[in-house]
Design a protein around this ligand. Structure first.
Ligand code: ZN
Length: 184
């Protein structure tokens, strides 16, 4: 049996998920590093169908610190590749420095480990973004991401600003402008 990291993910009803996080300060503590690794481990296990079923986990590819109740600008992503291995990202104090004009949306809808209900509608996202961020050692890095990964980055950066994907869906017209964007 695999051991699932003990992480308490807050539900959307929790007020902390609607607050803006503050920049993390360096050095990043041992406890914060450990939490990042546990969050990644959790995400990877959640994407394993057998484990997910056994432990009743929903699959997720990203988690922000705000989702575990810590209002610091840090998030992690575990992106499963074709060969079943994972690309892991630990992103500290990100800033979007450029974005494509082209917009996309996830056809099956976005999901969030903090939103435990079905949500109808599309979330407009940039198809490609370039993000600057810091690594654990405090070195500035730049990454350009596209497609699903770009959606995941924008979803997680939103969490740092207290925004949930549900906030980006037009309440009156959940499929507004779908014809102006590319579905992925
Ligand atoms: Zn989320």
């Amino acid at each position: 049996m695999k051991k699932i990291p003990d992480i308490n993910i807050l539900d959307e009803k929790n007020n902390l998920l609607h607050k803006k996080s503050v920049d993390a300060t360096f050095p990043i503590s041992e406890a914060e590093r450990k939490l990042c690794h546990n969050m990644i481990k959790y995400l990877e296990l959640s994407q394993d169908e057998k484990v997910a079923e056994e432990y009743d986990l929903r699959a997720g590819m990203g988690l922000a610190f705000a989702q575990v109740g810590i209002l610091k600008r840090i998030f992690v992503i575990a992106n499963e590749k074709e060969d079943k291995s994972f690309e892991e990202y630990i992103i500290i104090n990100p800033q979007i420095i450029s974005m494509s004009e082209e917009m996309i949306f996830v056809g099956e809808g976005e999901g969030c480990l903090s939103v435990n209900r079905e949500v109808e509608g599309i979330v407009p996202r940039h198809a490609r973004i370039t993000v600057s961020y810091f690594d654990f050692e405090g070195n500035k890095q730049t990454i350009r991401v596209r497609e699903d990964l770009a959606v995941a980055f924008q979803h997680e950066i939103d969490h740092l600003d207290g925004i949930l994907f549900t906030d980006r869906i037009d309440k009156k017209n959940p499929y507004k402008n779908a014809n102006k964007m590319r579905e992925i």
